[in-house]
Design a protein around this ligand. Structure first.
Ligand code: ATP
Length: 403
């Protein structure tokens, strides 16, 4: 008897979602389609965890199926991708569902994106393109066996045993980003990689590495892993030697130290503080196609690490050293060098500003632009060492200068 999870669905999914799934189910039966919930949502239902994405796979043409649903006013199609025959639709209550046609994929070049060899294949052929057994589970949505879990790869057993297992020996060669997916799921569910999967991963990391791979996938998975702001993920990333994937050196830092700083200083790009402690290979940084603000973090890290902050520095020197550098890069600099000035800058010095504006200094009687610049610098120095506190002090300083 297959495992049936209709009860779990009723317990875990909202009425709007259940109604949307029922509409899909009825339509599939009326028009002779076989459709299934697939991947993460089935895994999460069995684990009794909340799932965010709802994915349905259609044995056949998912776009055609969606058009039938839309014609019956069950949903609105909001996105269609013709080459893969996928579609996204929104149902009552704002429920969004991704529909994919079953497909078979093939990796002509190791580590690159796959090419689709067949669309509308059997469900069994579709699940074998997936990453782990726990993500290769499907649940029938047709009335005859509504809620039955279809498990071609032993995913239910692995869920019960808390194991992450690849579907075949070539899995990491095909797509090394799966190494990071394994890390994400291991941390999220407190699962372990099974022995064989661990060995395949170690073999890939220690013998098969090549930088001609899909960095888009690696970047996306790194972002997901490190955005969790989890000390455990970072420590596992280091312990499993995953840093070798991005040609990093083994860091001596503990995840908890990074997390504590992040929680205190709230940088915008949390994931890049973790990544910044590991990623320094210029070629790989280029591969990541970072956005401008992301790129600045790595340029700043490089500047801070490669330029000297002398031991006998005044507050002004410290201020100038870190001025205009991103919080993320200052945190990484601190983690790599343990220079306390970095935290002093973030906590105190960065908040200090000269309040007088150039025009106001002019109004006080100093005309020369250069002289104004010099005075602003002097005021800043004095504010940084505490001999000028507020705007009145600044005005008095300028008046004394004039005298
Ligand atoms: P999450 O809860 O993080 O969204 P998920 O399993 O739903 O987890 P997705 O990235 O949304 O993850 O992927 C949906 C499904 O697509 C997965 O469950 C898996 O079956 C398949 N999949 C995703 N990425 C890969 C990959 N790199 N290689 C093989 N299959 C993948």
């Amino acid at each position: 008897m297959p495992l049936n999870i209709e009860k779990q669905m009723k317990a875990q999914l909202s009425d709007d979602i259940l109604n949307a799934l029922k509409l899909c189910s009825q339509t599939a039966d009326e028009h002779d389609f076989k459709i299934y919930l697939i991947g993460g949502i089935v895994r999460d239902l069995i684990l009794k965890r909340k799932s965010i994405d709802i994915d349905i796979t259609v044995e056949g043409d998912a776009i055609k199926f969606c058009h039938i649903l839309a014609q019956k006013d069950c949903c609105k199609i909001i996105q269609v991708q013709n080459d893969l025959k996928t579609a996204k639709a929104v149902f009552n209550g704002g429920v969004e569902i991704d529909f994919a046609s079953t497909r078979q994929e093939f990796y002509p070049h190791r580590g690159h994106l796959p090419v689709v060899v067949k669309i509308g294949c059997s469900l069994q052929e579709d699940v074998y393109r997936r990453d782990f057994t726990i993500n290769a589970l499907a649940m029938s949505l047709n009335k005859k066996n509504y809620g039955d879990v279809i498990d071609y790869t032993g995913g239910i057993k692995d869920l019960n045993n808390k194991k992450i297992r690849v579907l075949h020996n070539n899995s990491f060669n095909e797509d090394p980003s799966r190494i990071l997916r394994a890390l994400k799921f291991a941390a999220r569910f407190n699962f372990q990689r099974d022995k064989h999967t661990k060995a395949l991963q170690e073999k890939y990391i220690n013998t098969q590495m090549h930088d001609d791979i899909s960095w888009t996938r690696i970047k996306s998975e790194l972002k997901q892993c490190f955005s969790l702001n989890s000390a455990k993920v970072y420590d596992m990333f280091v312990a499993n030697e995953n840093y070798k994937l991005i040609y990093g050196q083994k860091p001596e830092i503990k995840g908890l130290e990074i997390k504590t700083l992040i929680d205190k200083y709230n940088p915008y790009h949390v994931w890049l503080v973790y990544l910044g402690t590991i990623l320094s290979n210029k070629k790989i940084i280029e591969h990541f196609c970072f956005t401008r603000s992301e790129k600045k973090i790595f340029t700043d890290i490089e500047y801070l690490v490669n330029n000297h902050l002398s031991m006998m520095n005044s507050n002004y020197d410290v201020y100038k050293f870190f001025e205009k550098k991103s919080t993320e890069s200052i945190l990484v600099y601190y983690l790599l060098t343990q220079r306390k000035e970095a935290l002093k800058y973030l906590e105190n010095l960065s908040l200090i500003r000269v309040e007088l504006k150039g025009d106001e200094i002019k109004a006080l009687g100093i005309e020369n632009g250069r002289e104004i610049g010099r005075i602003l610098k002097e005021i800043l120095k004095k504010k940084l060492n505490g001999s000028i506190i507020n705007k009145n002090d600044e005005i008095e300083f300028v008046r004394n200068k004039i005298k």
